[in-house]
Design a protein around this ligand. Structure first.
Ligand code: UD1
Ligand code: CA
Length: 451
């Protein structure tokens, strides 16, 4: 925890036209979370930390997302896009309330870490008025260049305004800045728009700080951490970097990933001890997997709570609202949705279990379907503990199967089955001796056989 208070202003007013999408840019997902969510999670959280997000007009969905993630955050609308400094000043009311450190970050830079925000704040504590996050760009085209003199930062030059000599500089502006709160408004208000685009550039804060006789410093980080997303290709690159990070974190926490490069995780995936994930597994948002569980290959899991020592897949699909008790088993080609399976339940093959509760140690046979949808509403299936449902049964919801009940295979169950009862419901098999040859004879004579 930092003893100094902070305000982080996240700029997210851009349209993101190059994404070629109806969705605002900062809501596109990386590792199952909107770009903006990653930045908001990395920004300082502790007591004494405030958050403001600058959004574009008509970006209601962005404001909703901000409040979902950080209910304490304020949002400000920037009506005209007049540049990054203009965008920061859209949050003037929040800045004017004062904070020791003013941090500025971009909403389309999802790989930024909490640690870096911390590193940016340290020089302010030591008296600097401004800290700029810099990186060595493999290709600096388009970025603002950090111009140094005798090891000191003197200016940032936007690519469009830079001379041929300045364009050779590879140390670039990542976009994140930290300003001493006492001087922040004074500095921001002095920024003008005398440049080739006629925009108010936040980067001009550097020369203003120097003119005031104050100190501006550079904190360096890796290019991977500050990748900005403007296109779908860059979105995919960021996904790659983020997945590598998440896999590494999972393995460091003791998860066995047999082929890490084939496993996709979400930023919020939670693991217990001794979890094994086989190759080619996709885990979406809202998943927790407890100790000793094995997720077999080709499984797809979203918003599910998975107990201890369970086995899932191969080829399982756990959809939102799935909860598996300890020791449960979900086998191949099983789909679950809004389903609570208590400890020791087995659904081993080819089933759909939706809007269902299943008591402990029940066994659900191959091909069992809970028929939860009657064309109008979704209905519930409740199965007691220790029940046995034979293969290829259809349980037509709403329906209750009691504790210890036994359902014969091939049954279509439309009425409740009490505890310990047996229900077998199938069309009776009729066997006629010699029926097959009479059928073939009738066919050769070109006559339709009698039923
Ligand atoms: C900016 C920096 C550049 C840096 C680069 C790093 C400035 C002037 N330039 O350039 O030095 O190397 O980022 O990626 O700061 N935004 C608003 N309102 C505006 C303008 C921008 O909210 O009026 C937001 C955008 O949504 C975006 C961020 O600010 O999240 C950066 O704007 P963008 O136009 O992408 O700046 P760059 O040209 O990339
Ligand atoms: Ca950008």
């Amino acid at each position: 925890m930092n003893a100094r208070s902070s305000l982080t202003v996240v700029l997210a007013a851009g349209e993101g036209t190059r994404m070629r999408s109806a969705l605002p840019k900062v809501l596109h997902p990386v590792a199952g979370q909107p770009l903006l969510a990653h930045v908001l999670h990395a920004a300082p959280h502790d007591k004494g930390s405030r958050l403001a997000v600058v959004i574009g007009p008509d970006h209601r969905a962005v404001a909703d997302e901000v409040h979902r993630i950080r209910p304490d955050a304020e949002t400000f609308v920037q009506r005209e896009r007049l540049g990054t400094a203009h965008a920061v000043l859209a949050a003037r009311a929040a800045i004017a309330r004062g904070a020791d450190d003013l941090l500025v970050a971009f909403g389309d830079t999802p790989l930024i870490t909490a640690e870096t925000f911390g590193r940016m704040r340290a020089p302010l504590q030591q008296g600097a008025a401004l800290a700029v996050l810099g990186f060595r760009a493999a290709d600096p085209t388009g970025y603002g260049r950090l111009l140094m003199q005798g090891g000191r930062l003197v200016a940032i030059r936007e690519h469009a305004d830079a001379s041929a000599e300045e364009r050779k500089v590879t140390l670039c502006n990542a976009g994140v800045m930290a300003l001493d709160g006492r001087n922040a408004l004074k500095i921001l208000d002095r920024i003008g728009n005398a440049n080739s685009k006629g925009e108010y550039y936040l980067v001009d804060a550097v020369t203003i700080v120097r003119d005031l006789g104050l100190e501006a410093v550079v904190i360096e980080t890796s290019e991977d951490e500050v990748r900005g997303i403007n296109t779908k290709a860059q979105l995919a690159e960021a996904e790659g970097v983020m997945q590598e990070r998440l896999r590494k974190q999972a393995m460091e926490a003791g998860v066995t990933l047999i082929a890490p490069e084939t496993v996709y995780l979400a930023a919020d995936t939670k693991f217990g001890k001794d979890v094994t994930i086989e190759p080619f597994v996709v885990i979406g948002p809202g998943v927790s997997i407890a100790d000793g569980t094995v997720i077999h290959s080709f499984s797809h899991i979203v918003q599910a709570t998975i107990g201890k020592n369970t086995s899932v897949g191969p080829y399982a699909r756990l959809r939102p609202g799935t909860s598996l008790g300890d020791g449960a088993k979900i086998g191949n080609f099983v789909e679950t949705k809004a389903a609570t399976l208590e400890a020791g339940v087995k659904v081993n093959h080819l089933s759909y279990i939706g809007d269902t509760e299943i008591g402990a140690n029940s066994n659900i046979g191959a091909g069992t379907i809970t028929c939860n949808y009657d064309g109008f509403t979704k209905n519930k299936t409740i199965i007691g503990k220790g029940a046995f449902v034979g293969t290829n049964s259809s349980l037509v919801a709403p329906v209750k199967i009691g504790d210890g009940a036994y359902i014969g295979s091939g049954s279509v169950i439309t009425k409740d089955v009490p505890d310990d009862a047996m229900a077998v419901e199938r069309s009776q098999q009729s066997i006629r001796e010699g029926g097959a040859s009479r059928y073939r004879e009738a066919k050769t004579r070109g006559k339709k056989p009698k039923a």
